[in-house]
Design a protein around this ligand. Structure first.
Ligand code: ADP
Length: 428
């Protein structure tokens, strides 16, 4: 099939149009040249935008416009067409100008042959096809770069996600290890506690048990011959020793529960004033001869309703009162005071007992601690530690003052509004 070359001539001079037409007609090769003519700037722009032509021959002077204006209006990166300028004379400046504006070549009118036109058109078309190829290659390249960039970004994202998963797994593992270690420490502490208790119990149980046994033996074999007051004394000894052993076991069991974190907090609504009074009465029964326990409520509210774990508050009171009884002589007075302020309840237990040596006071709340002045008084060194643990569950605190041979005062403070996670603060 014969190749057709479509030419648009932009020329405002009819004469020049005819000359150019004849020159094109004079081209002799196997192609067919079809020539269209646009005589004004507007026509040229309109026709060029239809994109029907393979080449544009363009006069430099177009009345009000110049050929350069046409090139500027139509030459875009999407539409490449060779613009070949026709000028009246050879001018280097003009040549440079038109080439910079996007023209492919230029010919000098009157100095052109059909051969020149054919060759310039052929080269121009060739040149533009080359440019087109480069452009489509660069588009393909850009697309490929874009695809690769996207793929890279996706890989980075995937890597980041897997990195995050990995870090989370490491973190989870660390947390699990920490928990396991924590449980292990707890277990070790409990085992230590148990073995210390067994050692202690093997000593502490022996004396009360042999006292009970000897009293029972005496009562069993000589009951008829034993005077009534002696019988009563033996029964009292049995009772107090059994109480001692029960206390010992209770202390240990509470401590084990507290240490293992198995002690629940079950708050209930009760009258604090009534609980103090009830405990006072119970403890007075086991007081030494002549010891009295006085109770003063400085609480404006009667009854003093609170929402706390009653067992824990009672446990604290029993521990403090039994210490006050244990570490005071017969006939000494013990005092309980209940003070309420808007945010806390304070329970004070004061005795006139043996007191705590000053240099040992800092160890008072440590597990198994017993001061050097109590070696001949029975005890386990667990009670005060249990008190701090109960207070810990209630967000409370304990403070004390003590003087040797003068007495001691222990003050526990419990917040009205419970902060269950709070730690016990031990005030000096
Ligand atoms: P326990 O009384 O069984 O020894 P605690 O933990 O209750 O154990 O008390 C620890 C130690 O603190 C006692 O052994 C004693 O040395 C001292 N202590 C506690 N309360 C008093 C008190 N009211 N007067 C004197 N010393 C006390």
């Amino acid at each position: 099939m014969q190749e057709i070359v479509r030419i648009l001539l932009v020329e405002d001079d009819h004469e020049d149009y005819l000359i150019t037409r004849d020159l094109i007609r004079g081209i002799s090769n196997e192609k067919r040249y079809v020539l269209d003519w646009a005589a004004t700037y507007d026509d040229a722009v309109r026709v060029l935008k239809e994109r029907r032509h393979d080449v544009c021959l363009i006069d430099y002077n177009l009345g009000l416009y110049s050929g350069l204006d046409v090139v500027k209006a139509c030459a875009t990166s999407e539409y490449l067409i060779p613009f070949i300028f026709l000028t009246g004379q050879s001018d280097y400046e003009l040549d440079n100008q038109v080439m910079q504006a996007g023209a492919t070549d230029f010919l000098v009118k009157g100095d052109v042959t059909s051969k020149d036109i054919e060759r310039t058109i052929r080269y121009g078309i060739q040149h533009v096809r080359g440019l087109d190829k480069i452009r489509s290659l660069s588009v393909t390249l850009e697309k490929r770069v874009e695809e690769r960039t996207r793929a890279l970004a996706e890989t980075v994202l995937a890597l980041e996600a897997s990195n995050f998963t990995l870090q989370k797994a490491i973190h989870d593992k660390e947390v699990a290890q920490e928990r396991a270690l924590d449980a292990l420490h707890k277990e070790i502490k409990l085992n230590e506690l148990k073995s210390r208790f067994i050692t202690m119990a093997s000593h502490e149980f022996r004396t009360p048990l042999s006292t009970i046994l000897s009293s029972l033996h005496l009562l069993q074999h000589h009951v008829a011959g034993v005077a009534e007051d002696k019988t009563a004394r033996h029964f009292q000894r049995i009772r107090s020793n059994v109480t001692l052993l029960t206390e010992l076991l209770n202390d240990f069991l509470s401590l084990e529960k507290l240490e293992a974190g198995k002690m629940n907090v079950s708050p209930e609504n009760f009258d604090l004033h009534e609980l103090v009074e009830e405990t006072r009465r119970e403890m007075e029964d086991s007081a030494k001869p002549g010891q009295t326990i006085q109770y003063f409520s400085r609480c404006a509210n009667q009854p003093c309703m609170v929402t706390l774990d009653k067992r824990h508050v009672k446990g604290i009171l029993i521990n403090l009162l039994s210490n006050a009884i244990k570490y005071s002589e017969e006939g000494k007075e013990i005092k309980i005071e209940l003070v309420c302020d808007p945010s806390k309840y304070h329970i004070k237990v004061t005795d006139h007992g043996i007191g705590i040596p000053e240099d040992e006071q800092e160890h008072l709340f440590e597990l198994f601690f017993r001061a050097r002045n109590v070696t001949n008084i029975k005890g386990t060194g667990l009670g005060l530690n249990i008190v701090t643990k109960y207070l810990n569950l209630m967000g409370g605190s304990i403070a004390f003052t003590s003087e040797l041979e003068v007495g001691s005062t222990f003050t526990v403070s419990i917040p009205v509004h419970q902060i269950t996670t709070g730690k016990t603060s031990v005030l000096p």
